[in-house]
Design a protein around this ligand. Structure first.
Ligand SMILES: Nc1nc2c(ncn2[C@@H]2O[C@H](COP(=O)(O)OP(=O)(O)OP(=O)(O)O)[C@@H](O)[C@H]2O)c(=O)[nH]1
Ligand SMILES: [Mg+2]
Length: 326
């Protein structure tokens, strides 16, 4: 059942979750994206008797404005057109079923959970542009791994700003996670090297290395990342085992360009897409998965420590389309 198809248009505000609610569902967390999507769909579909090409055209506009991207939108619309001519969709519910299964199919390849048991320590290098949510994601990840019974060490590889080192240290103290840091202006590669070495000596399961935010266009800073990789390889040739690119969902299509550049320099192995709670551009996940073909490991859905979820294609599409499968 697609909730928005059953709603009375005038009263379709779904109950807002109480702020104090301990664990929000994904459905609640991505309300902005869902409303952006389904309010428009409701305008198109509610009251319409039959599904026709005109409705598909309007749907196309909705997909584009949700930042799904041209390529993916065209794929979806082409498929829906085909189904329409085969008379597989003769009511809004059937159209939504088809749309939903197309979206899930497109996103499924990106659903690959991060496996950290392959190496010890398993080294995660976190990269991305300024303010994307790297440090916050590291905090959330550390907590998640700890909850799974794994030992975690953090490397304060963002040595550009004193505040950045402090941010990580404070967080580490509060959560009893060791943080390896040097002073501001220290060599980032050397801090991360120290952390990996220390983790090897102590038998730590997972090292998560923070790095300073940088623009994909700043080639000297991109080279610094390449150096971090090279220096780390002296301790463990296979490290980093995950190069995690953090992208702010709110960047929309710009995030894609960043990602391509980071990927070129660093061979990114997985993505975390943050701030899906604060944007109506949730459709960007489809564009990302199609364009980059990289795993989306996690999605960030808030500033709190628990607000990180493993990416699941079906769960995400259901939340986006207000779909409660029977
Ligand atoms: N709403 C929301 N806010 C987030 C999320 N992830 C991070 N933030 C916020 O985004 C802001 C930037 O987060 P940081 O973790 O400091 O970003 P960063 O990439 O480390 O930034 P630099 O170190 O400056 O490059 C902070 O205010 C975070 O609380 C998320 O999933 N949802
Ligand atoms: Mg940071």
């Amino acid at each position: 059942m697609f909730g928005f198809l059953k709603r009375n248009k005038k009263t379709n505000a779904s109950a807002a979750p109480a702020a104090s609610q301990p664990e929000k569902t994904l459905h609640q967390s991505i309300t902005k994206s869902r409303r952006g999507f389904t309010d428009g769909l409701a305008d198109i579909l509610l009251g319409s008797k039959a599904i026709d090409e005109d409705i598909l055209e309007q749907l196309e506009t909705r997909l584009l404005s949700a930042d799904v991207g041209i390529e993916v939108t065209q794929k979806i619309i082409a498929d829906l057109s085909k189904r329409l001519s085969r008379k597989e969709m003769n009511n809004p519910e059937a159209l939504m079923q088809c749309l939903s299964s197309d979206m899930i199919e497109l996103l499924k390849p990106a659903q690959q959970a991060l496996q950290t048991d392959t190496n010890q320590p398993f080294v995660i290098l976190v990269v991305g542009i300024n303010g994307a949510g790297k440090t916050t994601t590291i905090g959330k990840l550390a907590k998640r791994f700890q909850n799974q019974g794994k030992s975690v060490m953090l490397a304060a590889g963002d040595t550009f700003r004193a505040a950045a080192v402090e941010q990580l240290k404070t967080w580490g103290e509060r959560n009893e996670v060791a943080v390896i840091a040097q002073g501001t202006g220290a060599d980032s590669a050397s801090v991360i090297f120290d952390a990996v070495q220390s983790a090897q000596a102590k038998g730590i399961d997972i090292v998560i290395a923070d790095t300073a935010g940088r623009l994909h266009t700043q080639s000297n800073l991109m080279q610094e990342l390449v150096k971090i990789r090279r220096v780390m390889a002296r301790l463990d040739e296979s490290a980093p085992h995950e190069v995690m690119l953090v992208i702010d969902a709110g960047f929309g299509q710009n995030g894609l360009i960043q990602a391509e550049q980071f990927h070129q320099a660093m061979n990114v192995t997985g993505l975390t897409v943050t701030k899906l709670d604060g944007t109506a551009k949730g459709g960007i996940l489809l564009a990302i998965s199609q364009k980059l073909g990289l795993p989306i490991r996690y999605i960030g859905v808030g500033e709190g420590i628990e607000d990180l979820r493993e990416f699941n294609a079906e769960e995400f599409v259901n939340a986006l389309l207000d779909h409660q499968p029977d």
